[in-house]
Ligand binder design. Structure first.
Ligand code: NDP
Length: 314
């Protein structure tokens, strides 16, 4: 039986409508969530990403502020911008769009973001809170993967989960979230021995590698759930043929545009898996929805406690 396709668009729109509802409720009680995006320079891909984030804010009723320092901005100038945003009460989330220019010390800039407003969940305080199961802002992509599993009613507790990739942004927080949800977790990386064999242990297999079509059927336990986080652009016709020969829709797209997007999994894994996220249209669709959710969560955690704290004497 072919795998169930876990449609990211459906989950993303469910999450967005829940977030919009909460924004309405919070705004009615005087706390309108706000997100500031810092976009440095003119990188076209970054401009596209930030534009979609600002648009999502508009759709959901979240206040947004876009700050666009020039490419020449120094580390100190960017830290100053972040500190000003930390001090603004109407800003609940601060997003510094990566990559920053090569001359900037990105780690120092990200560390300057107040953990309370760190909607990307990258700050060591949030990493620590997640790992010790305290309330935290959690990185958007792995948080989106968890939403897919929950909303698709895929069992996590007691299951074997194998994650390929150990980045701070995806692999490691994913491992923490699955551990907190009582899966038995294995993290793999470029030095892992017998990778296909280790991956075949996974009832849940998360691919976050950045290599087109790397995970083949040989890596998949029959019936496993596969979350394909990878987003890779291919332009090489030989590679295209290897993965998509006979797929008429893709062939038409490739002929017109000369490129297509593939995940870290070979599309043929659908023959072996029980459920799979497609690329495009899978995990990636949830990332912005989760960012919006984190902005609302940040507003709730920072401002509602303050309201409640003054309430008794009011
Ligand atoms: P990184 O490059 O930071 O990490 C890649 C990880 O994969 C590393 O841990 C690396 O191991 C491991 N790896 C690389 N090659 C192999 C190999 N041959 N065998 C086993 N492990 C390997 O990538 P990210 O985590 O940032 O991103 C991963 C993918 O997810 C990319 O395609 C990216 O575009 C995509 N992505 C998608 C998002 C979305 O919204 N859907 C958001 C973020 C990322 P080692 O540590 O040993 O080097």
């Amino acid at each position: 039986m072919p795998a169930t396709i876990l449609d990211g668009n459906t989950y993303a729109s469910q999450i967005k409508s829940e977030v919009a509802e909460e924004v309405r409720r919070l705004t009615a009680s005087g706390v309108r969530p706000g997100l500031a995006a810092v976009l440095v320079g003119e990188n076209p891909a970054s401009q596209t990403y930030v534009r979609s984030k600002v648009k999502a804010c508009e759709e959901l009723g979240i206040y947004s502020d876009l700050i666009t320092p020039p490419e020449s901005a120094t580390t100190e100038e960017l830290i100053e911008i972040v500190e000003q945003l930390n001090a603004r009460d109407e800003i609940d989330g601060i997003l510094v769009q990566l990559p920053l220019p090569a001359h900037v010390d990105s780690k120092r800039v990200l560390l300057a973001v107040s953990p309370e407003k760190d909607v990307d969940g990258f700050h060591p305080v949030n990493v620590g809170n997640l790992s010790t199961q305290r309330p935290a802002l959690v990185p958007c992509t792995p948080a989106g993967c968890m939403e897919i599993l929950k909303r698709a009613n895929i069992a996590i507790e007691g299951q074997e989960a194998v994650i390929v990739g150990r980045s701070d942004i995806v692999g490691k927080p994913m491992a923490m979230l699955l551990t907190n949800a009582n899966a038995t977790v294995t993290i793999c990386h470029s030095r892992t021995k017998n990778l296909p064999e280790v991956c075949r242990r996974g009832d849940i297999l998360v691919a976050a590698i950045g290599r087109p079509g790397f995970i083949t059927t040989e890596f998949v336990k029959p019936g496993a759930t596969i979350l394909d986080v990878g987003i890779n652009h291919i332009t090489d016709p030989v590679l295209f043929e290897r993965f998509f020969k006979g797929d008429e829709k893709r062939e038409k797209q490739f002929a017109e545009k000369g490129r297509t997007i593939i995940g870290d999994c070979d599309p043929r894994v659908v023959r072996m898996a029980g459920a799979v996220t497609p690329v495009p249209g899978g995990v990636g669709k949830l990332t912005i929805a989760m960012l919006m959710g984190n902005t609302v969560k940040a507003a709730r955690m920072r401002r509602l406690t303050a309201v409640e704290a003054v309430a008794p004497s009011a």
